[in-house]
Design a protein around this ligand. Structure first.
Ligand code: MRU
Length: 370
């Protein structure tokens, strides 16, 4: 996708400086565009934990490149390699608990390199696998866009060319992935196809991924959008101002329960009450086929309460952090919630659209039922 007319991905190997990897430091957006070098495994872990990078697919890809980087710096003594790599996996795994793409990427990396003996070959395979994870993510998001486009096309026809109003929560855009995004992919595909769309962007407290990131990337691609407070969606739906909701997912279970950014569930409830279609866009790497009951089985990240107590904003060329609660207030920072499958109109995946049910998912992904 474009930033000031130049094509970017969210992560890439620094040219001529392997194993350094570069990412866009998302903490600074939309006010400053800063590219950050990740040089060591600790840099990768910090970047994920402290949300320099975020979004399920990007977290996965960053962890994959982190393992490649760790392997590059591995001790020469082969007897220490096994424990060294297990520690690296553990460090990355413990950064963020909810997005399943992290486990997916780490397992895939270890399955690729573990059977290999020779260090040079291992390194080559590690880089190749991390690159493949990134490339596949791009291709999956592109395909999600193609399938989701059909939903927008149908609504546009009914509206006789009036703009289709789509509400989204958090940032499930290209910044959360490698390119295209998940929830945004159908929106970008529609915009490119000349279908008029307008996006309601939930600001997404406390980290404001909607206001900071989704609004930024939509503006960069020229897609009309309006930032709203997190509580406005229900009102807009009651007044016929939302035609469709599309969100992303950090982990979706075999029966179709969806974990996504805190507040997603409330949007699904409002959508159901107002008969607004509520779709979840996700690549297969965001499914957790080993679990069914999302409420009981998906670990929900609780982050630092200070993210609730303080807000960050831009003033006179600098980012400031200001306190918005009484100094001594307790705060709780539940980061994700689970939307039960029965509230989801459908899952938009790289293989097509399916019902949020075991049957629907296994029809598209027979390997899930095994
Ligand atoms: O805490 P974040 O910013 O990593 O949460 C991101 C989300 O909840 C996204 O909606 C989700 O990862 C889907 S991303 C394509």
């Amino acid at each position: 996708m474009q930033i000031n007319g130049k094509h970017y991905r969210t992560i890439w190997v620094k040219e001529g400086a392997e194993p350094t990897v570069q990412v866009i430091d998302q903490r600074k957006l939309p006010h400053a565009f800063v590219i950050e070098d990740l040089n060591t495994i600790d840099d990768f872990a910090r970047a994920i934990r402290e949300m320099h990078v975020r979004g399920a697919p990007l977290i996965g890809a960053t962890a994959a490149y982190g393992l490649y980087n760790a392997l590059y710096h591995a001790p020469a003594d082969k007897r220490r390699l096994g424990k060294y790599m297990r520690d690296a996996v553990e460090l990355l795994q413990n950064t963020r608990p909810t997005a399943i793409n992290l486990n997916y990427a780490l397992n895939r990396m270890m399955n690729a390199i573990e059977p290999v003996e020779e260090m040079e070959k291992m390194l080559q395979l590690a880089l190749q696998t991390a690159n493949t994870i990134a490339e596949e993510s791009i291709e999956h998001c592109r395909a999600i866009g193609e399938h989701g486009l059909e939903i927008i096309q149908k609504i546009s026809k009914k509206k006789k060319g009036e703009p289709v109003n789509i509400l989204t929560h958090c940032n499930a855009g290209w910044l959360a992935c490698i390119d295209h995004g998940t929830a945004t992919a159908p929106i970008y595909a529609a915009h490119t196809a000349g279908i008029p769309v307008h996006v309601w962007v939930d600001e997404t407290r406390p980290r404001n991924q909607g206001a900071n990131l989704t609004a930024y990337e939509l503006l960069q691609q020229g897609v009309p959008n309006t930032v709203i407070t997190d509580n406005a969606g229900g009102h807009l739906m009651q007044h016929g101002m939302v035609d469709l909701v599309i969100v992303g997912s950090d982990r979706t279970t075999l029966r179709g329960d969806v974990a996504n950014k805190i507040g997603t569930y409330l949007k699904a409830l409002a959508a159901r009450d107002n008969r607004v279609p509520f779709y979840v866009a996700l690549p297969s790497s965001s499914f957790d086929w080993s679990i069914n009951d999302g409420l009981k089985e998906i670990p929900i990240e609780q982050r630092n309460p200070d993210e609730v107590r303080y807000v960050h904003g831009w003033f006179n060329g600098k980012i400031y952090k200001v306190l918005i609660t009484p100094q001594d207030s307790q705060a709780a920072n539940y980061s994700f919630d689970v939307t039960p499958a029965h509230l989801v109109s459908g899952l938009i995946t790289e293989r097509g659209i399916c019902k949020a049910s075991r049957r629907g998912i296994v029809k598209l992904f027979p390997e899930a039922g095994k």
